[in-house]
Design a protein around this ligand. Structure first.
Ligand code: MF3
Ligand code: CO
Ligand code: CO
Length: 276
């Protein structure tokens, strides 16, 4: 099935949803500290979304085929948790690393973004994994333009991760997004240049590499959602929602507190008509 091309109205709605999702990550940053539980982080984000933003947390009760309904508003993935960590009684401690993954719905449109946070002082290893994963995401985004292929994105991410001695999780990928949370296309974080679907202006999808410090294999926990590395190595992830524009790309999940892209990479390609 082909990926959908968004209308001007869709794009306007997705800019708003993207910004709101990123602003939840800004809001929660000062609360991500030693002694706090992942359940408390979820509660604070959930209240901010519903009461301050007037957004709906997309994960809550989300139920893809073969899954049980997701029970919380956000995903909190600590240390060797690759993705879909369910918030609960886990107390964060110094040296932990955590990915917070936020998806909001505003007037029917989804914004999806995630960042890594460090509790206290991270190990040199954890910091480097986070940095390389962040670079992987941005290198992938930097390939986006009409005429490029999805395989170009996957290839550069895989190259950068493996050059650092890390591995790319294969079972989860980026995805088209709009009025639907997960839609075509699948955006693999590994692959070969020039392969897979050609990008066309108006497509919107996420880039969200999951990079493991050790081997790429994963295992699913008994809760039906939480994914961990099989070898218990650390895992990191960053995610943005991105629009393909006539001249390149525009990152939609932007906010004042977002970490700046690596040197030489822009949040939007030059020559975009700037949004109001
Ligand atoms: N936000 C995740 C993604 O990037 C999906 C989470 S599904 C949930 O695609 F149900 F676990 F929240
Ligand atoms: Co996503
Ligand atoms: Co997400």
């Amino acid at each position: 099935m082909a990926s959908s091309i968004k209308s001007a109205e869709d794009i306007a709605g997705m800019r708003i949803a993207g910004k709101l999702a990123a602003e939840v990550l800004d809001f929660i940053a000062p609360h991500v500290q030693a002694g706090v539980t992942t359940g408390e982080i979820d509660r604070l984000c959930h209240e901010y979304m519903v009461n301050v933003q007037g957004t709906i947390p997309a994960p809550l009760n989300y139920c893809p085929p073969g899954y049980t309904p997701y029970p919380k508003a956000i995903c909190t993935s600590v240390n060797d948790v690759v993705c879909h960590g369910i918030p609960g009684d886990k107390v964060l401690k110094n040296g932990d690393v955590i990915n917070l993954d936020i998806t909001v719905i505003k007037t029917g449109y989804h914004g999806d973004t995630s960042r890594m946070y460090y509790i206290g002082e991270p190990s040199i290893m954890a910091r480097r994994l986070g940095e390389v994963t962040f670079e992987c995401m941005w290198l992938g985004i930097s390939k986006i333009r009409p005429g490029a292929h999805l395989g170009d994105i996957g290839h550069i991410i895989q190259q950068h991760a493996e050059k650092a001695g890390y591995s790319v999780v294969r079972e989860f990928c980026g995805h088209g997004i709009g009025k639907v949370f997960h839609e075509e296309p699948q955006v693999l974080h590994y692959g070969r240049p020039g392969t897979l679907e050609e990008l066309v202006a108006g497509m919107i999808f996420t880039v969200e590499p999951m990079i493991n410090a050790g081997r790429r294999e994963i295992r699913e926990m008994g809760d039906g959602w939480t994914i961990k590395t099989k070898d218990r190595s650390l895992s990191a992830q960053f995610e943005h929602t991105v629009l393909v524009t006539p001249t390149g790309y525009e990152v939609l999940t932007i906010s004042p507190g977002m970490p700046a892209p690596p040197a030489g990479i822009l949040i939007a390609s030059p020559g975009q008509p700037v949004a109001a």
